[in-house]
Design a protein around this ligand. Sequence first.
Ligand code: NAD
Length: 407
Amino acid sequence: MKRYAIAGTGARARYMFALPIVQTWKDTACLTGLYDPNRTRAQRLSEECGGIPVFTSFDAMLAESRPDTVIVATIDSMHHDYIIRAMQAGCDVISEKPLTIDADKCRAILKAERDTGRQVIVTFNARYNPYVTRIKELLVSGAIGRVTHVHFEWSLDLSHGADYYRRWHRRLEHSGGLLVHKSTHHFDVINWWLDQEPEEVYAYGDRHFYGPTRQQTGIRCTTCAYSEDCEFYLDLERDPILRAYYKEGESEDGYMRDACVFSEEIDIYDTMSLNVKYKNRTTLNYSLLSYSPFEGWRATLHGTKGRLQAEVFTSGSRADDPYNTVTLYDHAGGVVMHPVKKRSGGHGGSDSLLQRMLFQSGSDDPLGQQAGSRAGALSLCVGAAANISIAERRPVSLGELLQEEMG
Ligand SMILES: NC(=O)c1ccc[n+]([C@@H]2O[C@H](COP(=O)([O-])OP(=O)(O)OC[C@H]3O[C@@H](n4cnc5c(N)ncnc54)[C@H](O)[C@@H]3O)[C@@H](O)[C@H]2O)c1
């Protein structure tokens, strides 16, 4: 039985790792300890998990709970610290995405992994979404030949999108912005589909919707004079998890879960577009918008033998379609549709499939879905390169960021 300890006991740690380990995977996995600088959140999670020990320091958790693997689910900018300390203490690591937020921290993680001989897994659950997996299978089978160009757009709606501007994500220093925090999923999926490594990035980013774009603002929803009229009002009292984990823990660290999405403090972009060139000359057009009327994504891949089209709606009128369809076009006019049945559960059913890969020993992995530090590094560094490109108005190579660490 493998022993796991968790650093960072917020929402993701709760529903993706702690509760599933103690409820579903208790025959193969044992949760030995919890650590979060916010004692309220750690204590709440401990109570929900039947009294798992809470530690006042990460080092004490490592020493006393003796985990084989540390699960890192803190805010993004702190991942590197816990990943490196866990490996130096002899543990393997499961890190939430993004691996970290910039190239310096990334190189430090890769070096520690090499020096200690331990292993980092990055939880790219998007690879386990059945529709994304089906596209990988079709590409591996040569359905459109060698892929030469990818067009990929992702839209966040006003519910999901706005939530990034309420919390720590709204500062580049905590999340790397959405080009790292969110797009790491998308860049990883594209890198995995192509089985190629990105080489150079040129990007644009701006804010048009969130940040100081209206006059009726407050510090936070709880105390806001405009709460009755604001479409972004969030009532922390109405949701028992938001109340118990965040509202009741505020006095410890000042983390406001309902900060105003129109704050001047916001420095991440809400409108992003970029181009990537891969080492084998495949090119990618990518965009991410966080204020769309509906949520979903669209991908068009061209190859030497045809075209693949994919489209997903996760909110709005088409979100309840029972299938997502992959459409293949060939140069002779042929069209083939591949409907893929939607799966229920977190993130399109991908969370539970990833849990099975993580916590059930001996799981097969014919498509290479389990992602390690190299995949984590390559996807986050596309976003990190994009952030530099936006700031400095120039193309940025991944070699410049990762240097000798990537070989
Ligand atoms: N794979 C996915 O689909 C997915 C979905 C959501 C979140 N995530 C990732 O999970 C992680 C947690 O996100 P969340 O939504 O649970 O956020 P959250 O705000 O709910 O939780 C973050 C936790 O980190 C803790 N923290 C803050 N500073 C810390 C420090 N210095 N040391 C240790 N812990 C610290 C906070 O107290 C909080 O409990 C993030 O890395 C996020 O990117 C992944």
